[in-house]
Design a protein around this ligand. Structure first.
Ligand SMILES: C[S@@+](CC[C@H](N)C(=O)[O-])C[C@H]1O[C@@H](n2cnc3c(N)ncnc32)[C@H](O)[C@@H]1O
Length: 463
């Protein structure tokens, strides 16, 4: 593997006798893992159904290594949001954020959504999760992952940290800054990170990280938790960024967290003017555990302004859309999702509890998308389908995971079926995956066009 020369020199100076074993890890196979989405399935149930060869990740209850010959990314259970494929070290971050149901949580640098979907799973659909991503194209991917995982209480924005800080002063219970970084910890799996690396970029990243943290600090409640993480080794972006931040924000302290035996600690001697407790931060090394390189610091805000009275959302909703939604829900659902509705053009959403006004912010997903009003009828959304349980729908149609029919459904084909006409929640082995509409002897396929399987998607089974 071609690693930047200046990176190698720097790591040799930092690691001394550990350097050789560190470098050898770049020649080893990377670990692959998935995290079970408890919004859709309990972990034990998943383990009973899983066709993959899995091994428990010691530091995450819902995390499992999978075998290289399995392809869980190309499986109906993936499309049904039963799990998220995530790098095993990255799972440590969500564990340290540790959000509780009902809290207000911000994921400030969230795309493509690995950590957001982890936080959402822990929040169990209760509270308010704001998932933000600065790059528009990446914000779209984030929004798709929020949808696939059946997350109901998230809003996705495409904003800069400082614009969000103006809107949400002292508001959140927990904030994650999974910062843009030089990506050294991903060199083993990401050629682009290797190509774009330079000493100059490390410094640019450090400055950017301190700025992002400044915005995050302003949005955290006193007593709240701020988790900072990177996937890089460079001390400037890790111990250095946290030390600069703490110098400017003395009303924060680094928290001691419970660690696992293969985790390491931050290194005081690697930066000048290091913060006192920097050794309480965590370093994850690829030569010490089955995962890529990461750094994590858990910070507590000791004092600060209490949350001012903030602008509540103006829940503007078109009464005709609401009427058609209610008709649909009475006919097709056993539970009728209600709360603060909002409509944009012909789209209907439910806002998470505790949400504030998003006026003038760039919003990609304003809440739980319920559906679209089309020519005086309501068409339920894919987001509604994947977040429903079997018992929530009046009519459901279960397809077995090993069947030809589930592949046909995912390809967007019509399924031969007979029964009462109307909307059916389509399931794979009892887990919602989309909508179908039965009329005559045909189940019309409402699996979204952009998600349909083309060509050679295959069922991944370990023999
Ligand atoms: C490490 S990635 C986040 C990964 C994500 N948390 C996950 O688990 O899937 C960092 C993100 O920060 C975004 N970013 C880049 N510059 C930024 C800035 N100035 N402010 C906020 N976010 C930024 C990048 O576009 C990128 O998506």
């Amino acid at each position: 593997m071609n690693l930047p020369e200046q990176f190698l020199t720097k790591m040799k100076q930092l690691l001394h006798e550990e350097y050789d074993v560190f470098i050898r890890s770049f020649g080893e196979e990377k670990s692959q893992a998935l995290r079970v989405n408890n919004l859709k399935i309990e972990t034990d149930d998943f383990l009973q159904k899983s066709p993959f060869c899995l091994e428990q990740i010691p530091w995450v209850e819902t995390g499992f290594f999978f075998h290289g010959k399995d392809r869980p990314g190309k499986h109906p259970f993936h499309e049904a949001g039963l799990y998220y494929i995530q790098e095993p070290s990255a799972m440590v971050v969500g564990e340290f954020v540790d959000p509780k149901p009902g809290e207000k949580v911000l994921d400030l640098c969230a795309a493509p959504g690995g950590k957001t979907t982890h936080l959402a799973s822990k929040m169990n659909g209760e509270g308010f999760l704001l998932s933000n991503e600065i790059q528009p194209a990446r914000a779209k991917i984030l929004s798709q992952n929020v949808e696939r995982m059946g997350i109901k209480n998230a809003v996705v924005t495409n904003e800069t940290p400082d614009r969000l800080a103006e809107r949400f002063p002292s508001f959140f219970d927990r904030i994650l800054v999974d910062a843009p970084c030089s990506g050294e910890g991903m060199f083993r799996k990401d050629e682009e990170a290797r190509e774009h690396w330079s000493l100059g970029n490390v410094e640019i990243c450090h400055v950017r990280q301190v700025n992002i943290l400044k915005s995050a600090a302003a949005m955290l409640k006193p007593g709240g938790r701020l988790v900072y993480s990177t996937c890089t080794f460079s001390p400037e972006e890790n111990e250095g960024t946290i030390s600069s931040f703490l110098e400017q924000h003395p009303y924060f302290e680094i928290e001691e967290v419970q660690t696992y035996k293969d985790f390491s600690h931050g290194r005081k001697e690697w930066v000048t003017n290091s913060a006192d407790d920097i050794e309480k931060s965590i370093r994850l090394w690829p030569h010490k555990m089955k995962g890529e390189g990461h750094f994590i610091a858990v910070l507590k805000k000791l004092e600060g302004d209490i949350t001012p009275c903030l602008k509540q959302p103006q829940a503007k909703v078109d009464s005709i859309i609401l009427k058609h939604y209610k008709e649909f829900a009475m006919q097709s659902l056993n539970i009728v999702p209600t709360g603060k509705f909002v409509s944009f053009n012909d789209q209907l959403y439910l806002l998470p509890d505790e949400m504030l006004s998003l006026e003038k912010l760039k919003v990609v997903r304003p809440g739980w998308h319920l559906g679209t009003c089309k020519k005086n009828r309501f068409e339920p959304s894919h987001a509604l389908a994947v977040s429903l349980k079997s018992a929530d729908a009046k009519k459901s149609w279960n397809l077995s995971v090993g069947s030809e029919e589930i592949i046909s459904y995912l390809r967007g084909e019509t399924i031969q079926a007979s029964g009462e006409k109307g909307w059916y929640l389509i399931e794979v082995d009892g887990h919602s995956i989309g909508w179908g509409k039965l009329a005559g002897n045909c189940m019309k396929n409402h699996y979204p066009k952009g998600l349909r399987w083309m060509g050679n998607n295959i069922l991944s089974k370990s023999s």
